[in-house]
Design a protein around this ligand. Structure first.
Ligand SMILES: [Fe+2]
Length: 133
């Protein structure tokens, strides 16, 4: 099992290089806080909030995965060049359409080809059950 780097609040970090390193590798989940059971629900995951990660042939963000509690429910693969390539910087982003059947706790992982696996803060989603007719 690879080491998992869990996001920490960069406002607590003093060194600019450390803030950049943590932020540009960390996935951030963007979604509504409530969903309806059985309906498609959009969850966007973006790698990096304030900083961008480089996109080189040997160094890029290759996967973004979404978990609900311990279960992986979605994953997207990227290749070198997805953010413009040739060392350009970017924020790898994907929107997953998922169906939740009960209250969820979402966590995202991103994988950098040189700096390993990174985990987001968890996001709770309240799921409203459909009313029986
Ligand atoms: Fe990296």
């Amino acid at each position: 099992m690879p080491k998992v780097n869990v996001y920490t609040d960069i406002s607590q970090e003093e060194r600019e290089a450390r803030k950049d390193y943590i932020d540009r590798h960390s996935p951030f989940i963007h979604c509504e806080s409530e969903a309806k059971a059985g309906e498609l629900f959009n969850v966007t995951v973006q790698v990096g909030a304030e900083y961008q990660h480089p996109d080189d042939m040997e160094h890029y963000i290759s996967t973004v995965a979404l978990y609900n509690k311990e279960t992986k429910i979605a994953e997207s693969t990227f290749f070198a060049g997805s953010q413009g390539g040739q060392g350009k910087k970017g924020n790898t982003r994907v929107t997953f359409g998922v169906v939740l059947d009960k209250d969820a706790k979402l966590v995202a992982h991103s994988y950098c080809t040189q700096h390993g696996l990174w985990e987001s803060l968890p996001v709770e989603v309240k799921v409203e059950q459909a009313v029986e007719a």
